[in-house]
Design a protein around this ligand. Structure first.
Ligand code: FE2
Length: 501
């Protein structure tokens, strides 16, 4: 184990982070010391939040476009320690919401931990009471009832739907969030149409042609099934399918084409006896089946017909890009890994030396819909994640896809623009000691071209120990503006931009 002045690097980093958050020492000194400590940028970028509050952001390099108006709302696991218990998994931690508001070239930030009942309970008790996805809670106080239900912290994604902000965890129902204060309102079951035993995906997809959404969940208990919903414009869910499954499994994302809903389901299964035994956290009971197939499941959006199921070699997958149909063929992009190492990487976040991930590939898959057969799969680019595109082209052919790229595996994630027509890529690095998160495409107002837009990307500067927002031209990746937040908060996974907050 590596040590720094007699303590582990992990403990040293935690100590410094705490000192910085409390204002005991200057953030810059914290950043320099952390950089000296040689923890990975990825680790530093996802450490516990430095502050909550609301700020007008005045330190801006370049110019924020005056016609960029709206809100970038994001969520992230906000802490990596709960009352003395280090959280081991990248996905662990209470939801921390950040809202960046753009008005006529000015930017403000509002951010806070989401005050879920479970978080309040832990804060009042001053101890960790709930097991996280990757970290077991310590033994509970005498007489305290064991928590059989998880936290349902919506730290994965946040969307606007039916006039509400809904935070999504994929471990339970959505959580409605007050759009002004970012306070917790309640769990939301779509006017009673989301069954209590079906957790809601963190990646619903929306059909720009109809304004409807599509979503899914894995129905628990007896009747284990992949349950698929249409999110109707009246705000209610309509169940389209309930596909029985032989065992618990994991699927994190979905795709939509003009007429179809697509799932790429990795061979990840849950060791139920281990999961129910209470000796390990839920994510530790996930197993990757090297000799099991990755399943592509294709369903009609109208709820009619039989599913097409195509087995492929074992690949891990979290995220997909867009999908479209042409001449009876379904084309879609998926980020496929050749093994399950990424599960170990995210699960060993807090280790001095996390497990290394085998490179993944953004892969174009083509399916013959009439035959129900795979036509081809082509690797387009290695080592990318968090795919986004111009969502006005959801389900139709979009030429461009944007991802965060792992530049030479240096830990300084880049922004990658994939030209799917020409099969070329362009990428920009954040600069030494910085890293980028998911790039969110925002179209120029009143323009329909895919070429006319911005990328809004959170980033982290290790030396300054500070989170920033960068704006780049989507077509050229040219720098437009960098807005410094003045604080450190985790980059998290997903968020969305809304012109109407
Ligand atoms: Fe995701």
């Amino acid at each position: 184990m590596n040590h720094t002045a007699g303590i582990t690097r992990r403990a040293f980093a935690r100590l410094l982070g705490t000192a910085g958050a409390l204002g005991v020492i200057e953030p810059q000194l914290v950043g320099m010391a952390l950089a000296e400590n040689k923890r990975s940028l990825n680790y530093l970028a996802h450490r516990t939040v430095g502050a909550e509050g609301a700020w007008e952001l005045k330190k801006i390099e370049g110019k924020v476009p005056r016609n960029l108006n709206g809100t970038l709302i994001r969520t992230a696991p906000g802490q990596k320690e709960t009352f003395g218990t280090p959280l081991q998994h990248l996905f662990d931690g209470d939801a921390y919401l950040s809202k960046l508001t753009f008005r006529e070239g000015k930017v403000s930030l509002q951010s806070r931990f989401l005050d879920t009942p479970q978080r309040i309970e832990e804060q009042q008790m001053k101890r960790m009471l709930y097991t996280e996805v990757g970290t077991l809670a310590p033994p509970l106080p005498d007489g305290y009832k064991l928590k059989t239900r998880g936290k349902n912290q919506p730290s994965v994604n946040i969307i606007q739907w039916d006039g509400r902000y809904l935070g999504l965890s994929e471990g339970g129902p959505p959580v409605e969030i007050d759009p002004t204060t970012l306070a917790y309102k309640s769990e939301w079951n779509f006017y009673g149409t989301l069954p209590g035993d079906v957790p809601f995906t963190a990646h619903p997809k929306f059909d720009p042609a109809t304004g409807e959404g599509y979503a899914y969940g894995i129905k628990r208990g007896m009747g284990l099934s992949l349950t698929v919903f249409r999110m109707q414009k009246d705000g209610k869910l309509k169940q389209l399918y309930s596909l029985p499954q032989p065992q618990y499994f994991m699927v994190h994302d979905m795709l939509l084409s003009k007429d179809h809903i697509i799932f790429v389901i990795p061979p990840v299964w849950v060791n139920i006896s281990q999961a129910m035994g209470g000796k390990v956290a839920p994510f530790q009971a996930l197993k990757f089946g090297d000799d099991m197939p990755t399943k592509i499941i294709i369903l009609r959006k109208d709820g009619e017909g039989k599913p097409i199921i195509i087995n492929q070699p074992a690949n891990m997958v979290f995220h997909n890009g867009n999908a479209y149909e042409q001449d009876g063929k379904l084309h879609f992009d998926s980020i496929l890994s050749p093994d399950g190492s990424v599960l170990k990487t995210v699960g060993s976040f807090d280790a001095d030396q996390p497990v290394k991930t085998t490179p993944n590939h953004l892969t174009r898959v083509v399916i013959d819909l009439a035959k129900g057969e795979l036509v081809s799969r082509t690797e387009l680019e290695a080592e990318v994640e968090f795919p986004r595109f111009d969502e006005r082209r959801g389900g139709a052919e979009a030429r461009y896809l944007y991802t965060a790229g792992f530049v030479g595996r240096t830990d300084e994630n880049s922004i990658v623009r994939h030209d799917l027509l020409r099969r070329t890529n362009k990428q920009v690095s954040p600069g030494k000691g910085r890293t980028y998160a998911e790039p969110v495409f925002v179209p120029h107002p009143g323009k329909n071209s895919e070429e006319l837009g911005w990328l809004l990307t959170l980033g982290y500067d290790g030396a300054q120990d500070q989170t920033f927002l960068e704006i780049r031209d989507a077509a050229t990746l040219e720098f437009q503006a960098r807005v410094w937040t003045g604080i450190h908060y985790p980059l998290g996974f997903h968020g969305n931009f809304y012109a109407q907050a």
